[in-house]
Ligand binder design. Structure first.
Ligand code: SF4
Length: 381
């Protein structure tokens, strides 16, 4: 039985040599993770140059990330040190935010990720921006805004909803040691669950993130975070994998173990059978990336940003319906969350994928390598 899926992997040229753990692949197959058959959406976020044999990007400005603190962050977590904010569009006053959005709309952007650095309580201070956000939504109702909320109380969550935010996103951390040591925060795990609960109560679409390997590259609070998410039943869950290159030299992060990450994908799928689970664009580059991506496809993850070479074909060979959507996974989150009708996505079958791959390989020799590097904009934070 297991050999069937191992055989399928070997039939996909780009990943035929992948060092998957056969026990884990067998467990995924036995659990019927893609049995429904389960469709999969591949997203091509635009805030990072992306090229692969199978998919191309959709332009750089469709879903940009905008930071209300520019590159500044008071919290300076060990896994990021504000680097995630650096490539974002800075809009540090309400006036600049308005002008920025007017420009974005004029250039055809469909929405934005609104974020910023945190204060010492892991809150992003959006206060002065809410009237402008409301004005943006009044003037451009089709322009979608996903907000990285960080921790909130109920009043703040309400302000976000009243301003017209479409989707609220926050990282859920399930281990006190990670909150204290990696984030330098005097907050508890309960604060993360309460924030998620408050966001859920507002009626906004709620899309929590779990950063896998957040404890210096090791998995610690992930399963507890998953349990919190399971209790709250949000609109979708985004998983990302920590990227060690953001960490400072004196507090290095290990590269997370890909098989453990794969096991977590499987556990997440089993815990949330009805909640769309998406793999965000942040995950470590290099040889580990196709391994992580393959586990995600096999585990029955519903969507993936920046798929590695071979993932589209793997999904199709597993009998999954393949759709490609030219937008950022964390905002559009497919039809599941925003009820965006098709959103310009294209459905592909195995024949088309093989033909496309054949032509691309002919045109580019053996092929163009998948762009290495993580989420340049932090759009997945
Ligand atoms: S993860 Fe967020 S809060 Fe932490 S340093 Fe980076 S930008 Fe700041």
């Amino acid at each position: 039985m297991t050999s069937e899926w191992l055989d399928v992997i070997q039939r996909v040229d780009a990943i035929a040599e992948l060092a998957v753990e056969s026990r884990l692949v067998g467990e995924m197959q036995r659990r019927g993770t893609v049995a429904k058959p389960l469709p999969i959406h591949f997203y091509t976020p635009t805030f990072k140059t992306y090229r692969s044999l199978e998919l191309t990007d959709c332009g750089r400005s469709a879903w940009p990330a905008v930071s209300i603190t520019g590159g500044n962050c008071k919290l300076q977590c060990d896994h990021c040190k504000a680097k995630i904010l650096e490539p974002m569009i800075p809009a540090t006053t309400p006036e600049v935010l308005w002008d920025t959005v007017v420009g974005l709309v004029a250039s055809g952007a469909g929405g934005m990720l609104l974020t910023g650095g945190s204060n010492h309580r892991d809150e992003v201070e959006y206060g002065p921006f809410y009237p402008t956000i409301r004005r943006i939504k009044n003037q451009f109702p089709a322009f979608r805004i996903a907000m990285h909320t960080a921790l909130v109380d109920y009043a703040t969550a309400r302000q976000m909803a009243d301003a017209g935010i479409d989707a609220a996103m926050m990282d859920v951390i399930g281990a006190q040691d990670t909150i204290t040591q990696v984030y330098h925060l005097k907050r508890g795990v309960d604060d993360f669950e309460r924030s998620l609960e408050y966001l859920n109560e507002t009626g906004m679409k709620v899309v929590p993130h779990i950063v896998i390997g957040l404890h210096y590259g090791h998995l610690l609070g992930e399963w507890n975070a998953l349990e919190i998410v399971r209790r709250q039943q949000p609109d979708a869950l985004v998983l990302v994998v920590v990227m060690p290159m953001y960490a400072p030299a004196h507090r290095p992060f290990a590269v997370p173990n890909a098989h453990e990450v794969g096991q977590f994908f499987l556990d997440a799928r089993q815990a949330l059978p009805e909640v769309p689970i998406l793999l965000g664009c942040a995950r470590p580059p290099g040889a580990i990336k196709p391994l992580i991506d393959a586990y995600a496809v096999l585990a029955g993850i519903d969507g993936m940003a920046h798929p590695s070479e071979g993932m589209v074909e793997l999904a199709a060979r597993l009998g999954r319906r393949v759709r490609v959507t030219p937008s950022c996974c964390s905002i559009a989150v497919g039809d599941e969350v925003m009820a965006v009708a098709e959103n310009g996505s294209v459905e592909l079958d195995l024949e088309e994928i093989m033909e496309h791959e054949r032509r691309a390989r002919l045109a580019h020799g053996l092929g163009i390598p998948v762009a290495a590097g993580g989420c340049a904009s932090g759009g997945c934070r």
